[in-house]
Design a protein around this ligand. Sequence first.
Ligand SMILES: [Zn+2]
Length: 74
Amino acid sequence: MGFHLCSTCGRPVFDNCASFMVELPDGGGVAMVGPACADGSMLRVCQQLAADGAPPVDPALLTGLEQLRGALAG
Ligand SMILES: [Zn+2]
């Protein structure tokens, strides 16, 4: 079974699981992301974790998720 890594969070997205292609703004190319990132649930979890401060959230991950949300909203 194949998989690719989610462009945003780096977690594996297996081929039998829906993945989403998102065109990034500013010539960022096309991201292939997993369902949790595409539907915003990963962003909500990371924002909650960042608010709580534990465990620490990689700021780059939060930024990536917010950019993804912007790309999906646009
Ligand atoms: Zn992801």
